[in-house]
Design a binder for this molecule. Structure first.
Ligand code: FE2
Length: 332
């Protein structure tokens, strides 16, 4: 990455870390910022439920988020989908429930900058946002707003489409963060720049580091034209290198696509900050189930939040210790 590097950027949940998410912990000169503190798993891929290795990765990400939040001064919430927002309902694949939501967002010693709960928001997300905004916490609407805390400046974008203009998935906020020496821009779910507005925000705030959500090339509804347009915009990004992750790393062929687009040395998975090889487990779910069938354990993992929790959790924890990003915990 170019420029003077002083910020520490630690990914805590991402497709390249084995589950769904785009959670990063950023240490600026004087603030500790947690963006989109949640994690999730694709419920069905190749008609298969998540493999144990994916469940272990989501568990580990959840533990890292829990540790990071204790050391966080500002939480940024770009929208209210479960892979970004910790919901207050029982969701086994997100390792969450009401208690978990309170642990993440319920502390009065933090500032929360969150997607506006009333404007540019669809019905589902509005309902979820309500549960956050009714808490007795310090919370501000992030949309098109700027915040200064000591040496750290945070600029939040206008609401940007979650994917294409007019997307039914609603809107998200991109965020530019800078201190006196360094800067980072986090796009949230812009699907690899399916909108011109998302690209314009990146071009306006030239950051040293860029964390970009990539196109949903794995998705059956994604057309070739969508992908072509997304990569055309990605190629207009001026950074020498940037991190490309989330939706794009659900595609088993992500590496091949980057080579075809001549972007293999420019676009890196978020995991490359700390581990050599990305763990794109969801994209390999079919192979994982072949290599290590879940039936070998003689336990139904998919009811583990009900009657089987005591039997299953030790196995999940065991698997989590084998993951190459387990030692990120030391950096939090
Ligand atoms: Fe997402």
């Amino acid at each position: 990455m170019s420029g003077t590097v002083t910020m520490e950027i630690i990914p805590l949940a991402a497709e390249s870390l084995g589950s769904r998410g785009m959670c990063v912990f950023i240490k600026t000169e004087d603030q500790k910022i947690l963006i989109d503190p949640s994690v999730s798993l694709g419920p069905l891929r190749y008609s298969l439920k998540p493999h144990l290795k994916e469940i272990a990765a989501a568990y580990l990400s959840r533990q890292l988020i829990l540790k990071a939040v204790k050391n966080t001064s500002i939480i940024i919430q770009t929208h209210y989908h479960g892979d970004h927002f910790t919901l207050g309902v029982n969701r086994p694949y997100e390792f969450t429930n009401q208690e978990m939501q309170n642990k993440i967002y319920g502390n009065t010693d933090k500032i929360i900058l969150a997607k506006d709960p009333k404007k540019n928001i669809n019905y589902n997300q509005k309902k979820r946002a309500y549960w956050l905004w009714k808490k007795k916490i310090t919370i501000h609407s992030a949309d098109n707003n700027q915040f200064i805390y000591g040496k750290t400046r945070i600029i939040c974008s206008l609401p940007l489409p979650h994917g294409k203009e007019g997307s039914h998935s609603g809107w998200v906020i991109s965020v530019f963060i800078e201190d006196s020496q360094d800067s980072v821009l986090f796009t949230s779910d812009v699907h690899g720049l399916e909108s011109e507005a998302a690209l314009n925000f990146i071009l306006k705030y030239k950051s040293n580091h860029l964390i970009l959500d990539g196109p949903s090339t794995y998705h059956p509804k994604q057309t070739e034209e969508d992908t072509r347009m997304a990569f055309n915009r990605i190629k207009r990004i001026l950074n020498n290198q940037f991190y490309l992750d989330h939706h794009f790393l659900r595609d088993k062929n992500w590496r091949q696509i980057l080579i075809e687009q001549n972007l293999e040395n420019k676009a890196l998975p978020l995991s490359s900050l700390f581990i050599k090889e990305p763990l794109c487990l969801e994209s390999l779910r079919d192979e994982l189930h072949d290599q290590m069938p879940m039936s070998e354990f003689g336990i139904n993992f998919y009811t583990f939040f009900q009657e089987q929790q005591e039997k299953v959790l030790p196995i999940i924890k065991d698997q989590a210790t084998l993951l190459p990003f387990a030692n990120l915990e030391k950096l939090l």
